[in-house]
Design a protein around this ligand. Structure first.
Ligand code: NAD
Length: 363
């Protein structure tokens, strides 16, 4: 597989040699250097970059950690020592755009609070590098559309960090819907939440894109959308908080019902106050139960016919980044493109509208 990908890459690079004037910077540099691995720059060195993405980039075959972008100079020596990042590949938010001229970097991965995703994705696309952006894609549909457009205009690829879609356990229940193994989907129950004891974090601030809907609600939405293979046509929602001292700008908990074109329905629950992580899918002639459903590892389930869904993987994030890098190398579609991130944000907006107006919102 690896050899095949590399052959394809070299074939593509050779074929493009005559037209390099029209290439985005990343492909242009890759073409010249015929790299084995794409260089990734992580933007924002918080929890997810530090604990999950950087370690996963030590396991990847198609990409590697080459650069960092940070507003915290004190983090630089730590990252340099741990990952051998070259000085020329270290940026701050001011000189970020200079990555355009850095052939070591092919992909810019935005791992910032959601309110910053649109600005940095657009700036990244304008450098000519490919862009990976964490979930939730952005706080509004309008911003998601601008991000997609910026990547299209710059002829670079955009992927959203929905690691679960790269997980064979999630793909297993998606396949059940596709093959209609148990007939039509009737009802989905989808829950994603954890108890967050922090009292001063961007997840509690509206201006930074906080709120449980974007953070965990998207996993509940993904469960319903992936289980049915359909897009919802209506949303009925309630949001509330039981800790108003912490969650006074954004919702702590949301419960929402989705209706799908086939008639399938989903009851979704998400919270920063409750530990829950499961998906139950009821079909005409059976069921699938996943628990955990959206964890970093160990997602598993069982079907009503006794078949177990249990495919252990070493690192979801490594698989995600390797597959996204392969899509760039081979010129194929991203598994989770910007349009997929946008679909969830459309539902998130409808949840807020429904909760605010206390009415059913049609999509
Ligand atoms: P975090 O708070 O730990 O890190 C955020 C980073 O952004 C920090 O390095 C911080 O310094 C930087 N930053 C820059 N400007 C900031 C500002 N104005 N306010 C706050 N921080 C600022 O957050 P995180 O948990 O690493 O989340 C980052 C992104 O990754 C979010 O979009 C989050 O939803 C996503 N995430 C995804 C997963 C997943 O499983 N796919 C898991 C965790 C986080």
């Amino acid at each position: 597989m690896e050899k095949k990908q590399r052959r394809l890459f070299l074939k593509q690079a050779g074929a493009m040699a005559a037209t390099t004037a029209f290439l985005p910077n990343s492909l242009w540099s890759a073409t010249r250097q015929q790299k084995d691995k794409l260089g990734v720059a992580l933007v924002g060195l918080g929890y997810y970059s530090t604990d999950l993405l950087a370690p996963a980039l030590q396991l990847t075959k198609n990409c590697e950690l080459k650069g960092i972008v940070t507003g915290s100079p004190e983090k630089i020596p730590v990252w340099k020592k741990k990952y051998g990042i070259a000085d020329k590949n270290i940026y701050n938010y001011g000189n970020f755009d200079d990555i355009a001229n850095n052939p070591d970097i092919d992909v810019i991965y935005i791992v910032l609070p959601p309110s910053m995703h649109a600005e940095y994705t657009i700036r990244a696309a304008n450098t000519g590098k490919h862009v990976w952006c964490e979930k939730p894609m952005a706080p509004s549909v309008e911003e998601c559309e601008k991000m997609i457009k910026a990547c299209k205009d710059n002829k670079v690829k955009l992927a959203i960090g929905y690691r679960c879609q790269h997980d064979p356990n999630i793909q297993a229940y998606m396949q059940v819907a596709k093959e209609r193994t148990f007939g039509k989907v009737m009802m989905v129950t989808s829950a994603a939440g954890y108890f967050d004891g922090r009292t001063d974090h961007w997840k509690q601030k509206k201006a930074l894109g906080g709120g449980v809907m974007g953070d965990m609600g998207v996993y509940a939405i993904q469960g319903a959308r992936l289980a049915t293979g359909e897009e919802p046509i209506s949303v009925l929602a309630q949001t509330y908080t039981v800790r108003p001292d912490i969650y006074h700008e954004v919702e702590e908990t949301a419960m929402f019902q989705l209706e799908f074109p086939s008639g399938a329905r989903a009851a979704c629950h998400t919270s920063f106050g409750i530990n829950m992580n499961y998906l139950k899918i009821n079909y005409e002639k059976g069921w699938v139960y996943m628990e955990p459903h959206s964890s970093y590892n160990g997602n598993k389930g069982v079907r009503s016919d006794g078949v177990e869904i249990n495919f252990p993987i070493e690192s979801q994030q490594a698989k995600q980044m390797d597959e996204d890098a392969a899509s760039i190398i081979n010129g194929t579609n991203m598994l989770v493109p910007g349009e997929e991130g946008l679909r969830d944000i459309r539902v998130v907006e409808a949840v807020y509208k429904s909760a605010a107006k206390d009415c059913l919102v049609k999509l």
